[in-house]
Design a protein around this ligand. Structure first.
Ligand code: ADP
Ligand code: MG
Length: 357
């Protein structure tokens, strides 16, 4: 699977831009704040329908304009696919081959993307919300039905929280909500659990290789509930405290991943280097999982990460991208590193304009 080309109009700092891509490698070089990440963001959106940096679609519209458009041509199974996203202040319209999607979930079935950016360190370094986002993003790509289960769970949770805040004490009403909430919750839990198992195995192998056999990476899914009945009982038990706080205190929205290196929690005990390696192992595991489970090569986006890795890890990363189309951004690139990269196109990005060199 690969991107043939992209066209941007009023997208972030791009006024008007059309780019044809190379099948293997596309390298974007430029100073800070010129539009490198903006371009990868546009590609990411073509696959997942939303940004990896923000939930606010309106940010994509260039300052002072009232619409933005991003369109691209994707090649998949020898078929060409046109994806077009049109943003207005009121919302966005997504079209695939000219046909408007009713639900953005349909977009997820078209393009597989793995992005590795400095943000990914947060998955291993910061709070549980980053690890939930990691799981959710991957699962949405691997299993689009997960996307609707998660959306439904969040919707019912929001409604339940609204009841709590309004100090509604109608027990029968909660019984209905808790039943539905627990249904969605357990679907999410079981998908996350099985995803973690698959991820653990692959990322463990990768991590062992990157660390020359010195480090064992282990990933465990942490949840309070594995059964519907148990979750419903907990909801009932916590009713008074939930009411006091005005929100539902337990459920998959509290879950976490425990990431360990050599048996120790990496968040507390891992060095920066170990944390970076773990983040890299998890990303490369995503590539493999997508290949294994969908049969497609995902497209790899590397936003400003090469310079953060040491030579050995850079080499490992470059070897792993042999069969995939890659988009790399950097302020500059070390000549030794450049020699290892496959051949491809190189672009210079300046003030929202990309110029092929
Ligand atoms: N909606 C927008 N309209 C116009 N410019 C924007 C918009 N959003 C971000 N920018 C500009 O994009 C630039 C940052 O681009 P980015 O791609 O993140 O830079 P980098 O090249 O460092 O990755 C900043 O100058 C910022 O002001
Ligand atoms: Mg950037």
């Amino acid at each position: 699977m690969l991107f043939r080309s992209i066209r941007l109009e009023n997208f972030r700092n791009y006024k008007e831009q059309e780019i044809e891509f190379h099948d293997k490698l596309n390298l974007f070089l430029g100073e800070n704040a010129q539009g490198k990440s903006n371009l990868l963001e546009a590609l990411f959106i073509m696959g997942l329908g939303k940004s990896f940096r923000t939930n606010r679609d309106s940010e994509m519209i260039a300052f002072g304009e009232n619409f933005a458009r991003a369109s691209c041509l994707v090649e998949k199974d020898e078929r060409k696919l046109g994806i077009d996203i049109y943003y207005q202040k009121e919302g966005k319209i997504i079209k695939v081959d000219g046909i408007k999607l009713n639900r953005s979930i349909e977009l997820l079935e078209n393009v597989y993307i793995v992005i590795f950016s400095p943000e990914d360190k947060k998955t291993v370094q910061e709070g549980p919300n980053h690890r939930r986002r990691f799981m959710d993003r991957e699962l949405c790509q691997l299993k689009p039905v997960y996307y609707s289960d998660l959306g439904n769970y969040k919707r019912v949770l929001k409604q339940r929280n609204a009841l709590l805040r309004n100090e509604n004490r109608d027990k029968d009403l909660y019984r209905v909500f808790d039943e539905t909430l627990a249904d969605y919750a357990l679907r999410i839990v079981s998908e996350r659990e099985s995803f973690t198992e698959r991820l653990r195995e692959i990322s463990g192998d990768i991590h062992r290789k990157i660390s020359d056999g010195k480090e064992e990476l282990n990933i465990e899914y942490e949840t309070e509930f594995f059964e519907k009945k148990q979750y419903k009982e907990q909801l009932a038990k916590n009713f008074e405290s939930d009411m006091r706080r005005g929100f539902t205190g337990s459920g998959p929205h509290k879950d976490d991943l425990r990431i360990e290196v050599n048996g120790k929690d990496i968040r507390t005990y891992g060095s920066q280097g170990q944390q970076r390696t773990a983040a890299l192992s998890m990303k490369l595991a995503e590539l493999e999982l997508i290949k294994k489970e969908t049969g497609h090569n995902a497209i790899l986006l590397l936003d400003d990460v090469l310079s953060e890795l040491d030579f050995g890890r850079q080499r490992y990363l470059i070897e792993s991208m042999r069969d995939v189309q890659v988009f790399i951004t950097a302020t500059d690139i070390d000549p030794n590193l450049r020699k290892m990269l496959p051949s491809g196109y190189e672009f210079r990005i300046e003030e929202g304009h990309a110029q092929r060199m």
